[in-house]
Ligand binder design. Structure first.
Ligand code: NAD
Length: 424
């Protein structure tokens, strides 16, 4: 078994290398010069902060210094935008790669934002809610100079939720005045958007349905396998089941469940809400995450961590379609092998963009001091996803490239055009 430090290093290298390789494929198609390439590869700004916190456990007090990051990659098309992740494996290479990914994602779905990402290297489950609140507020105090409603707007990501966003909004507003637009993914009562919580997963399901349509296979009755049952995975599973698909396997960090007739997703969500894990869910076969990846299915949806489909796991995969609900779940080397095998991959910057589109609507709603209806949010989000999907598909066909290369080609072209027009 690989130790945690080696695992961290592996994830970080795989993110950095994969992001560079995917960008290189687009650069090759677009025939860019060295200066343009450097501009696209480098971050605009990278900030690392120390966050000291006294932790109480077993009647003991100890001081721990956490490290927080915010990487702003590019803001040619609008303010920096990107999630905030609380996870022990968070580190600068990974944050940098994810920030860059956000630049391509916002450009691809044509919303007026750039790309950023942030996080704290922490296991939030090891902290009390009060400790987590203090940690979040201290992070905001230290990052405040580079944040702003028209500068940089964080959002939820792994292990961060509407409550964390509410603390960010409150802490920032203390020194800057009432500013709900400083962060998206807030609770509805504080200016959050109807439908934001389920937007990413719901968008993943919508994109999956589009992929089935383009491949000319029926979604009704299709066998779906989903790795990761958090915000994205659970809502994607729920909506796909509503659309008539059969979700035969799901998993979280503790392992997976399999049922050939389909797992009851609504009950599984309630079970996780109550127990915190899928472990012990009744009337299903327990499987490992490795076994889950190797299940024969019509579509595989990785919705957990980066790099879970890599050179060690790629050969086991038995599907013709992968929808990247997580960010960077496939390493570039595994991606090349999947392409050689004729497996269609719908890339993350398209598949999970529903979340950032809804975040854009929330930001607009906050700036206008106005409330959007849930149905309007869903309809407009799907319109953005649909346009982006059709554009990517058409370019892939025309240029004879895979969907990821076409998606990068479109978004990199848009970012470069904005840079040229603005003249910096
Ligand atoms: P989450 O914290 O809500 O859920 C993560 C899930 O993955 C949990 O079920 C967890 O148990 C599981 N998991 C963790 N490690 C695992 C492992 N090794 N094997 C299998 N399962 C594992 O996070 P989320 O918000 O659902 O995000 C999931 C992915 O989607 C991340 O890559 C994130 O960057 C991406 N994403 C999230 C959003 C959003 O709006 N939340 C938007 C775009 C992309």
């Amino acid at each position: 078994m690989m130790d945690s430090a080696k695992m961290k290093e592996k994830i970080s290298c795989c993110c950095r290398d994969s992001q560079a390789e995917f960008l290189n494929r687009a650069i090759h198609q677009l025939d860019l010069n060295a200066a343009q390439q450097q501009l696209l590869l480098q971050s605009f700004r990278e900030v690392t902060v120390q966050i000291p916190l006294t932790i109480h456990s077993n009647n003991n007090e100890r001081l721990h210094t956490f490290t927080g990051y915010r990487v702003q990659h590019n803001h040619a098309r609008g303010p920096f935008k990107g999630g905030l992740r609380f996870h022990p494996d968070v580190q600068i290479d990974e944050v940098r790669a994810l920030a860059q990914l956000m630049t391509w994602k916002t450009a691809l779905v044509d919303i007026p934002f750039g790309g950023a990402k942030g996080g704290i290297a922490v296991d939030p489950s090891a902290l009390t809610s009060q400790e987590l609140e203090i940690l979040t507020r201290r992070f905001v105090q230290k990052m405040s100079p580079i944040l702003g409603v028209d500068e940089d707007i964080p959002a939820p990501d792994m292990n961060t939720n509407p409550q964390v966003m509410a603390w960010i909004f409150d802490e920032y507003s203390k020194s800057n005045g009432y500013a709900p637009g400083i962060v998206t993914g807030k609770p509805i009562e504080l200016g959050g958007l109807q439908g934001r919580l389920e937007a990413t997963g719901s968008g993943v399901a919508y994109v999956t349905a589009m992929a089935f349509k383009h491949l000319d296979i029926p979604l009704k009755g299709a066998n779906v396998v989903i790795q990761g049952f958090g915000n994205v995975g659970s809502y994607a599973a729920l909506r796909l089941q509503t659309m008539g698909a059969r979700v035969i396997a799901i998993s979280d960090k503790d392992g997976g469940l399999f049922h050939p007739q389909g797992v009851d997703i609504a009950t599984a969500i309630q079970f996780v809400e109550k127990t915190g894990s899928l472990k012990g869910f009744a009337d299903v076969e327990e499987i490992t995450n490795e076994e889950l990846l190797g299940l024969p299915c019509d579509v595989l949806i990785p919705a957990a961590l980066e790099g879970t489909i890599n050179c060690d796991t790629e050969a086991d995969i038995k599907t013709n379609l992968i929808i990247e609900a997580a960010n960077m779940p496939i390493t570039h080397m595994a991606d090349s092998k999947l392409r050689e095998r004729g497996i269609t991959v719908v890339p993350d910057i398209l598949a999970n963009a529903g979340g950032v589109i809804a975040s854009y609507f929330e930001w607009v709603q906050n700036i206008q001091r106005f409330k959007w209806e849930r149905a309007t949010v869903q309809e407009r989000m799907e319109a953005h996803l649909s346009h982006a999907y059709e554009d990517v598909h058409a370019l892939a066909e025309e240029a004879g490239v895979d969907l990821r290369t076409a998606a990068y080609q479109l978004s990199v072209g848009r970012v470069l055009r904005a840079i040229e027009l603005r003249g910096f």
